[in-house]
Every structure is written in structure tokens, then in C-alpha cells.
Ligand binder design. Structure first.
Ligand code: FES
Length: 101
């Protein structure tokens, strides 16, 4: 699930905090946009659709498409509408992946 990312931080910062995405520990820049930070870290996809199992990730980056949905502390949220904070436990909102389809 973690891939080589074509994205880069515009202004790299040393103020990084530990978060986990699907049991993978990541060091992300504190206060940055969560969807952007996950893309820079090479995380893709963010989820799989519940019906077809198609992979999804951020598209609009402004809260309109819902393709960036992730689950944080049991609540499904839009990653593009959140900031990175210390200790986030992030999972895919659907446990169903393409291998389960
Ligand atoms: S990327 Fe479209 S709602 Fe987050």
C-alpha cells in the first residue's frame, strides 16, 4: 500500500509527528493537510469502495468528492479536511480490499 510518491513537500519541515496508517508508522509534518501529507509519504490508495472494491484516493482536495475518506479513532472523516496531529491512528474505512471482492 505504501508506494514511491510523485509528491514532495513545498517547504520541508523538521517538525514531524508520529502517526500510523494501517499499522505503518509514518512521520508527517505537524499541522499540514493530512491528505497531502499521506500522499507525500507514498500512501495510496486511502480506501476501497464498498461495492466494487475499487481503489480511491484524494481527488479534489477541497471536501467535495469524498474519495479521501479514512477512519480515525473509529470515525470516518475526509483526510483533505484535517490537519496532521500527533498519534493519529488512521485506517481504511472499509476492511474490504480487492482481494476480498
Ligand atoms: S479529496 Fe475530495 S473530499 Fe477530500
Amino acid at each position: 500500500m505504501k508506494t514511491v510518491s510523485p509528491f514532495r513537500e513545498i517547504t520541508p519541515t523538521s517538525d514531524k509527528v508520529s502517526v500510523r496508517f494501517e499499522e505503518v508508522e509514518l512521520m508527517l509534518p505537524r499541522g499540514e493537510n493530512l491528505a497531502g501529507a499521506l500522499l507525500v509519504a507514498g500512501i495510496m490508495p486511502f480506501r476501497y469502495t464498498p461495492v466494487s472494491g475499487a481503489a480511491r484516493g484524494p481527488f479534489c482536495m477541497m471536501g467535495a468528492c469524498y474519495d479521501c475518506l479514512v477512519e480515525i479513532d473509529g470515525v470516518t472523516r475526509q483526510a483533505c479536511m484535517l490537519q496532521v496531529t500527533e498519534g493519529m491512528e488512521i485506517t481504511m474505512p472499509s476492511a474490504r480490499g480487492p482481494e476480498d471482492a
